[in-house]
Design a protein around this ligand. Structure first.
Ligand SMILES: Cc1cc2nc3c(=O)[nH]c(=O)nc-3n(C[C@H](O)[C@H](O)[C@H](O)COP(=O)(O)OP(=O)(O)OC[C@H]3O[C@@H](n4cnc5c(N)ncnc54)[C@H](O)[C@@H]3O)c2cc1C
Length: 392
């Protein structure tokens, strides 16, 4: 793979909106990606393997629980710092960002928000340091966009719960130490349970043959009469709103992360357009190529403003789920379109692993689907503006 020459575009001087701490955190993540991710990521994506050696680095840059309080091992940062870290990691690879997102927003967040103090003390420091990796089990074979229909369930056996069912498409599953699993009790109410590797009847087979997020490990979570101790139920929130609250946090991170992938594609195509000569001049001198680049930087700038404003609202507690949906949908779609255009600008070289663009493009096909598909987020916006529910 080519050396990582990335230079971040900042067309509207958005750095002026950031604090010194934001810039320090972002720059540390950027340097780490250049040093420890870029040189190895293509090889790991090609062989469809998660590079476990980067887990410690992710912990060191604060990517595991950026906004979780320091007393639990988190970095104690604000929402914009969290977004910037996700942006930088996804600039390297969406699969690596997925691992960090799941750990932070889908595992640490519910334990912090819905768990009790004993659970926080038991799990959060180990997750923040990367000693343990977590996964989040919501999607089932027959229930993806409609998770409320889930059939995974648990029964109260007196001194423990008995968990049965299966989850699929679960990031980090093959090597997770714990899984936050959403299941229905005997009354049909959804609760979160922490299932630990080693519990009898709990298995995590890996999902193979992916053309997307190849450097992220995906698998199933299978529960065959798993005895879960009662103290592993997250006591402070139940119902579908509990997992959806986690998704709000993860979708916010994705809205930022997608900008990173788009920036990398734009930056690569811009550099290539000045170096590649055809018909005796750099291809960047042709109007058709300039149109692509001009539209890319315009869309990136709009997405950056959307993410920054959402970060401010999320920090002051006013961002709605529908506003988060809009940013996730817009920014991932923006990144996917830029990846496709950037790939064309590199001609044949665009399909080569020498450059990051095709990997980003294929990764983004998962990002546009997980955490609520492109269609589902549109329907959430539609519901929000009309008050009419297209899901019923
Ligand atoms: C690589 C990867 C990693 C993932 N990681 C996780 C994870 O860690 N944890 C987890 O729980 N899940 C995870 N997922 C699952 C992901 O969230 C689901 O794939 C996603 O929610 C869509 O569900 P589905 O695949 O069952 O598609 P479906 O729900 O079957 O949707 C199929 C199509 O129908 C459309 N559709 C569905 N309902 C409607 C409707 N009402 N109106 C209009 N169109 C509709 C959808 O937009 C989509 O285009 C992951 C997925 C992938 C690919």
């Amino acid at each position: 793979m080519k050396p990582d020459l990335f230079e971040a575009p900042d067309y509207y001087n958005l750095d002026e909106l950031l604090t010194e701490e934001h810039k320090l955190v972002r720059d540390a993540a950027r340097e780490w990606v250049k040093r420890d991710v870029s040189p190895i990521i293509e090889e790991y994506a090609q062989k469809a393997e998660f590079p476990k050696q980067i887990v410690q680095g992710l912990a060191d840059i604060g990517a595991f629980g950026p906004y979780i309080p320091e007393e639990y091992g988190g970095a104690g940062l604000d929402q914009i710092a969290y977004g910037l870290i996700m942006q930088e990691i996804e600039r390297g690879d969406s699969g690596v960002r997925s691992t960090a997102s799941v750990q932070s927003s889908l595992v640490m967040y519910p334990i912090w928000k819905y768990g009790n103090e004993v659970q926080r003390q038991k799990y959060l420091p180990k997750l923040a340091s990367g000693e343990w990796i977590g996964s989040f089990g919501l999607t089932e074979p027959d229930h993806g966009s409609n998770p409320g229909g889930m059939v995974t369930n648990f029964k109260d056996m007196g001194d423990h719960y008995l968990l049965n069912g299966a989850k699929m498409w679960i990031s980090n599953a093959p090597f997770c130490n714990i899984a936050v699993v959403w299941a229905k009790n005997e009354e049909g109410r959804i609760h979160g349970l922490v299932v630990e590797r080693g519990m009898v009847g709990f298995t995590t087979p890996e999902t193979h043959n992916k053309w997307s997020l190849r450097a992220s490990a995906t698998g199933e979570l299978i529960f065959d009469n798993v005895k879960v101790p009662k103290e592993n139920l997250l006591p402070n929130k139940s119902g579908l709103g509990a997992p959806l609250g986690c998704l709000d946090s993860a979708r916010f991170g994705i809205a930022w992360g997608a900008i990173g992938a788009a920036m990398d594609c734009y930056d690569t195509a811009l550099r290539y357009s000045k170096e590649r000569l055809q018909f005796g001049k750099p291809i960047g001198q042709f109007q058709l190529q300039q149109k692509k680049l001009a539209e890319m930087i315009t869309e990136i700038t709009k997405a950056q403003l959307l993410a920054w404003r959402l970060g401010v609202m999320r920090e002051n507690g006013t961002a709605t789920s529908a506003q988060i949906s809009m940013a996730k949908r817009n920014n991932v779609d923006m990144a996917l379109k830029i990846a496709r255009d950037a790939r064309q600008m590199l001609g044949g070289m665009g399909i080569s692993g020498e450059y990051s663009i095709m990997r980003h493009m294929m990764n983004l096909e998962s990002v546009v689907t997980y955490e609520g598909t492109h269609d589902i987020h549109l329907l959430i916006t539609g519901l929000d503006v009309t008050g009419l529910n297209a899901f019923k």
